[in-house]
Structure formats: structure tokens, C-alpha cells
Design a protein around this ligand. Sequence first.
Ligand code: GDP
Length: 365
Amino acid sequence: GFKCGIVGLPNVGKSTLFNALTETQAAQAANYPFCTIEPNEGVVAVPDDRLDRIATIAESAKVIATQLTFVDIAGLVKGASKGEGLGNQFLGNIREVDAIVHVLRCFEDDDIQHVSNHVDPLADAEVVETELLLADLESLEKRVPNLQKRATGQDKEAKIAASVLGKALDLLREGKPARLTEPGDDEEARHLAQAQLLTSKPVLYVCNVEEESAANGNDYSAKVFEKAKAEGAEAVVVSAAIESELVGMEPDEKQMFLEEMGLNETGLARVIRAGYDLLNLQTFFTAGPNEARAWTVERDAKAPQAAGKIHTDFERGFIRAETIAFDDYIALSGESGAREAGKLRQEGKDYVVQDGDVMLFKFNV
Ligand code: GDP
């Protein structure tokens, strides 16, 4: 599955957020740096009200959401790229995730120690980014000259890699993330992806604000939003404290509490959805009397790849996909209505899956 790694300086609210996300107490929140040492993984359901609407129409006995994995990655301090403290482990854990959820402390609280003794989300962000940048820089300073040597011979792959990673190295030397590298073609893009650079992963900033600012953010979060906009990154406002209060509540109670706070949904729902978007993912559905289910697939995926998410046999023996657009499924009250109205399409192996498609796969075994 796809993984989002939660990173940030100590005491910014990572564990609080992670716990609320996974509704477990796996990662222990405590008021001192380094309390979270092992990376913790939690699988969360992706909230999607389309699924319930489909399930109602299909009269499905079970409703199964699609999932996203979050990893609580602890241990970032200044000097991580030099292997200080838990630094090396931290960087290794980040290498394994598909996207970075960067939690920034945007709340004042004199009782909670801040590593540099004052609240400054932009400076905090820079500490984390600098470590990632230095780690990439160090790795490419070694790899690029090696590749260049090999590229003078007949090694075609080395030539491509040297070219694209050379561009990345130039950016890193200017203090810019490898994310901004423009690969010359698909081959270069492939080599760049394979290099697994830390600064080429997409980033979502989560501004952890005090409870009163959960609906509209505060001056700190406004600055983070400006930064995100300038970088083409995403940002959301969350109060980790509110989210952890919400965990134990019944749905009705939750709804009332959210309304009192001026919120129409939980911050976690926004974080999960933003993470999903960040990873360039979309959802298709399967629906029947047994179950209605949401599935995750990449945004440019074709029908056989979608089938493969359900079972590898479905992909191997793919014949066609009976497909109904979500809006048609709702407007025509489900499969038979859509079929009668000519809105159930027979799609072949080159069909590019659209977000919200309700699909039934036909395959050979
Ligand atoms: P981590 O080190 O980033 O994982 O931070 P934790 O989640 O362990 O949080 C550190 C401390 O800050 C804990 O005592 C939390 O209860 C507290 N904390 C987390 N989020 C908030 C918040 O939004 N407001 C306030 N006042 N305290 C918070």
C-alpha cells in the first residue's frame, strides 16, 4: 500500500496526531523529545461519503473503505544528516515512504518544551528540510561522479542517470529540493524516481494550532500556507488536541463538538484526503449485495491495473470492465438503471480509470 511518513521536530504534536489518526495508543505522546523511537505504522480508512451512497443504493451488507498507511517517524534533530542521535534511522525511515506529512508547531503553550525555545514554524520547517537536503547532497556528491565516469564508456543507463542526477545535484547545491528537477524524458524520470531522494518526495504541511484556531488558523499557520503556496506544496490546519479528544466520541457527540468548534469535518479527514491527493491517487468502487467497497489506484491507471488491485488473476485474465460513472450511478439509482439508460459502458484494456468509477470486471481464469 501507499505510505505517508509523519515528520517534524520533537514536541510539535506528531504522536498526538498519529494516535488520533490510527485511534490507537501505539505511539506514546509525552512531553519530552525522543519519546517516539520506533517507527509506528497505522492503517487508516480514507473517508469518502460516496461509498455510503453507493452502498445504500446497492443494499450492500458490508461497506469497506479504502486505506492509507501512516508512519510516525521520530527522531529528527539538527545534525540528523551527519548521523547524530537517531538521525540515520530517521532518514532511512523517510526513504521508505511515498510522501511526507510535515507537522509544524503553530500553537503557544509554555508548558510544552520547544526544542529551540520559541514557536517559529518556518524556522522549524527549515531545520527539517536542511537535514533532508544535506542527506541528498551527500549521497549525490558520491554517486554523480561515479556515474559520470561510467557514462564515458558504453554504459547507456549510467549516461541517463548521470544526466538527470547531475541536474538534481545542481539544484541541491543551490539549496533547492530535488523535487524541482526537470527530467529530459521518461527514462530520466525513471532514474530520478529510482534514486529515492528524500527531497523529491511530495510534502504536506500540517499546521498544529491551538483549539480556538482550528477553524480558521492563526498567524503562524498563515505563514506556512504562504510557504506551501510558493513551493507548490499542500497545507492543512489541524488541532491535534481536538483530534485526540474526538477519538473516543460517539458519532452524534462528535458532530456536535465539531459544530461548536466551527468545523464541518475532522482535521484528520482533511489530512487523510490531502495525503491521498499528494500521492496522486484516486478511488474506484465495486458494489453488490455482499459488499460495497472503495479501492485505491494511481491517477493514470488503466482498467486492468485497477482489476489487479482486487486480485492479480483479475489483471492477468482481464477481458473488460463494465463501468458506470459515479454521478450516473447515483442519478440512475444503481446498476440496472444505468444499464437501461445506456450509461453502463463496456471498457477495454486501454481505458483510463476515472475517479469515482463503479466497476465490474470480466475476466478469464
Ligand atoms: P511529538 O514529539 O512531535 O510526537 O509530539 P507529541 O505528540 O508527543 O506532543 C508533545 C506534547 O505537546 C504533548 O504533551 C502533547 O499533549 C502536546 N500537544 C500536542 N498537540 C498539542 C496542541 O495542539 N496544543 C497543545 N497545547 N499541546 C499539544
